[in-house]
Design a binder for this molecule. Structure first.
Ligand code: G6P
Length: 479
């Protein structure tokens, strides 16, 4: 396919920078999303940049259909000056690609989430879903091929788009392509759960990239090991060579934009929630956690650990409150709805066992309230981040930056961020509930000075690679 577009830099991700909801009066309401990618991209200049994303909801589809090619920037939306092309992929195809393959298969594989005696079971419906994933990746590749200028650079994001690099390379061999995985990569023996052809196609898709980026060397090594095992490739954590091509591997541990975060956390909506939280806490210490209600975040073992803390260390009763924010995520999947209900039940059990007239041991919030989350970051004395596995975990990096009095971080060894934090965090095995309870006790007992000193060191590490530098590093890696 000949080059027809003019974009010099392209980004492809499932979730884009804007989302739309249809109001009762039929009007479309836009809200900004996209997190670090949005601020990082603005650092690279908007000229000649095109962001290709999928329409995720009916509101998105309506917005994408209103303008030719789904180019939201041409329809008066605030896209920060860059071009945004939102793909209106057939809803059934999208649903199978996003929910069934990306979120229920690849996400589960990379986070080791299956209950192995019964799942996964790859049957005929799986193969239909896989075809939809291929079609969804192809739709992205075709849009990118249309928009890209000769020799342009393309930054492909995450497990939704693992096939895209090779499909795009076939269409446009002149492009330079990077893929970035925000997730961990599965160890070889777990990756083997995938049907062999699907596993091979996934790896070959990724190897269509010139550069594959990860948050942690652990995930880069795991990817290379899968390529060696399945494809007979040669590789280590720096590169994979297969069929005459080399894909370089890079480790870019995404960090925090401290100024933007502090500015957002000083706004009125955060201040007002902070006041309410302080009233609620009094002179009690706060153990905070903020996650999507996500199976891999291990909220349930976190609650078991808190319950064990109150049982085995009764001196903390009445002296601590667990403020847990678990905002809704992927509720199209029954596992996630059930998980939210389970977490809520566990919180009620803790309340029933320990609550008194003047002490609520736990306040669990399952609504989406970003300002409240930021208020928690500022006020927390102890942060619990205990995922069973996590590509990075940015909450662990944001809290030290915003913490007012210092916050001890109890952190799973299985999060990418643990590589960078090391012993300045209190590292725990996420499956070891008793060990996590002991770490919570240590964190609560830590002196103010030690907490402050650790937090300052963690904050320094957290801002080392802000989104702008993180993106620039990947663009550079394609030179
Ligand atoms: C993880 C993934 C992202 C994804 C986010 C939210 O961080 O790595 O790609 O956007 O979760 O998930 P969602 O399914 O709501 O986009």
């Amino acid at each position: 396919m000949a080059s027809s577009g003019s974009a010099r830099l392209l980004v492809a991700s499932n979730r884009g920078p804007l989302q739309f909801t249809e109001r009762d009066d039929g009007q479309l309401e836009a809200s900004r999303g996209g997190g670090g990618l949005v601020s990082g991209l603005s650092g690279l200049g908007s000229d000649g940049v095109v962001w290709v994303c999928a329409a995720l909801s009916d509101g998105d589809r309506a917005a994408a259909r209103k303008v030719e090619g789904g180019r939201l920037d041409r329809d008066g939306h605030d896209t920060g000056g860059m071009a945004v092309r939102m793909l209106d992929i057939d809803p059934a195809t999208f649903h199978r690609a996003y929910n069934a393959i990306a979120n229920s298969t690849l996400w589960f594989i990379h986070h080791l989430l299956y209950a192995i005696p019964t799942a996964p079971a790859f049957d005929a419906s799986f193969h239909r879903e896989w075809s939809s994933y291929e079609a969804y990746n192809r739709a992205f590749a075709e849009a990118l091929a249309e928009e890209a200028a000769e020799g342009a650079k393309v930054l492909v994001q995450d497990y939704h788009l693992t096939l895209l690099p090779q499909v795009l390379r076939d269409l446009r061999p002149d492009l330079r392509i990077a893929h970035f995985s925000h997730t961990p990569w599965a160890p070889v023996d777990y990756f083997r759960l995938l049907p062999t052809e699907v596993a091979r196609e996934t790896l070959l898709g990724m190897l269509g990239a010139d550069h594959a980026g990860f948050h942690s060397p652990r995930w880069a090594r795991a990817f290379a090991a899968c390529c060696v095992e399945y494809l007979g490739a040669e590789g280590d954590e720096t590169q994979v060579r297969h069929a005459g091509r080399t894909t370089r591997l890079g480790v870019h541990p995404l960090g925090v934009d401290a100024d933007a975060l502090r500015e957002r956390a000083s706004r009125h909506d955060v201040e007002s929630r902070l006041g309410a939280l302080r009233d609620k806490l009094g002179d009690r210490q706060a153990i905070i956690r903020v996650d999507r209600t996500e199976l891999s975040k291990n909220i349930s073992r976190g609650l078991l650990a808190y319950r064990e803390l109150l049982r085995r260390y009764p001196q903390w009763r009445g002296k601590v409150t667990h403020l847990a924010s678990a905002y809704p995520s992927r509720h199209d999947l029954p596992e996630y709805r059930e998980y939210t209900a389970q977490v809520q039940r566990m919180a009620v059990e803790i309340e029933d066992e320990f609550g008194t007239d003047d002490w609520r041991p736990i306040v669990l919030d399952v609504t989406d309230d970003y300002a409240r989350s930021l208020a928690l970051y500022r006020v927390g004395d102890v942060l619990l981040v205990n995922p069973v596995r996590d590509g990075m975990n940015l909450v662990a990096k944001e809290v030290p930056v915003l913490s007012e009095n210092g916050c001890a971080v109890v952190l799973s060894t299985e999060a990418g961020v643990a590589d960078e934090f090391g012993e300045d965090a209190l590292l725990v095995n996420p499956f070891d509930v008793s060990g996590t309870a002991d770490a919570l006790d240590r964190a609560l007992s830590m002196s103010r000075e030690e907490r402050r000193a650790r937090t300052d060191r963690l904050a320094e590490v957290s801002v080392r690679l802000p989104p702008s530098a993180w993106l620039a590093a990947q663009v550079e890696a394609l030179d």
